[in-house]
Design a protein around this ligand. Structure first.
Ligand code: RRO
Length: 296
């Protein structure tokens, strides 16, 4: 029903990287094969324990997380998760992360022969380093990473970015390097303070903010990039909780729509949204909806 980079997606709804883990837990609650796609949690070269707790806090209209890229590392990921992901009858997107260019390139080589359809280079985790992944705001770094990734990758390369002031410049660098698409947005930074102690609730203080409150920010970001890069595949996400939210993202210019925080509060949400979209698309044309952002 949706075709990007020559890949058929049975519907436009995918699970964003993170909340669905590597799928095995979520598969106990929903049939992953009904999804348009599933993005695995970002994997890095070495195992990461993540940040000290507390690292999740609910706030009005959203959730703050400071997980800190917790993952088993590539060796264990290949051993424990890849066979499961390869067995799915839906499009799997592998999210990869690291501290430097070589990390991403090594991970691509290790995962090149999996059945996954896209590599998503996570350049925007808000919860590592001093202020996130430095490569994600470095124009030259993005260009050189994407260019080299394209040379070795057997799959399309997407990059996942946050809400940056000079986002158009970052995307332009990625396009020059030959990127196949972008995923927008990673969680912007948020803070919650306990007024009894005067201290942030998260141990790391600032965390990634997700949930309904970020939807207008995410929509604006997708729209802004679609207006400049008219043919670039975009996976849009940020605060998608209803099928109407998903339609807004497609109207803003997203080819596919990711669900993140919405899965945490209700694992069946993506399946329900898919059902409602099926009804909607009986009377509306996906391409017409998608073209909204390109008109006017
Ligand atoms: O693991 C995390 O802390 C995390 C990651 Br990698 C990310 O990309 N976005 C986010 O909100 N949390």
């Amino acid at each position: 029903m949706v075709n990007i980079c020559g890949i058929e997606f049975k519907n436009p709804i995918i699970i964003a990287s993170g909340p669905g883990g590597n799928g095995q837990e979520l598969a106990k609650y929903i049939d992953l094969n009904k999804l348009g796609g599933f993005t695995a949690k970002t994997v890095t070269p070495d195992e990461k324990e993540g940040n000290p707790p507390p690292r999740i806090v609910n706030v009005k209209a959203g959730i703050l997380n400071s997980i800190g890229l917790q993952n088993p590392g590539i060796d264990k990921f290949i051993e424990d998760d890849l066979n499961f992901l390869d067995s799915l009858d839906t499009n799997v997107i592998l999210s990869i992360g690291g501290d430097k260019k070589e990390d991403y390139l090594n991970l691509i080589e290790r995962l090149n022969d999996s059945k996954a359809v896209i590599f998503e280079l996570n350049l925007s985790c808000p919860n590592v380093g001093k202020n996130g992944i430095p490569l994600g705001i470095d124009k030259e770094g993005i260009y050189s990473l994407v260019k080299e990734a394209k040379k070795i990758s057997k799959k399309p390369i997407f990059i996942k970015l946050g809400v940056e002031t000079f986002l158009e410049d970052l995307v332009e660098s990625a396009v020059k390097g030959g990127v196949d698409g972008v995923t927008l947005i990673n969680s912007p930074k948020g803070l919650k303070i306990d007024i009894n102690t005067g201290k942030p609730i998260l141990k790391r203080a600032v965390g990634g903010f997700s949930g309904p409150a970020i939807k207008p920010i995410a929509l604006a970001t997708v729209y802004r990039i679609r207006k400049v890069f008219r043919d670039l595949p975009i996976i849009g996400m940020g605060g998608v909780f209803t099928f109407e939210d998903a339609i807004e993202f497609i109207m803003a210019g997203a080819n596919l729509v990711g669900i993140g925080a919405g899965v945490m509060s209700d694992p069946e949400r993506p399946i329900n949204i898919i059902k409602e979209l099926e009804e909607y698309f009986k009377v509306h044309d996906y391409q017409k909806i998608f073209n909204c952002a390109l008109e006017g």
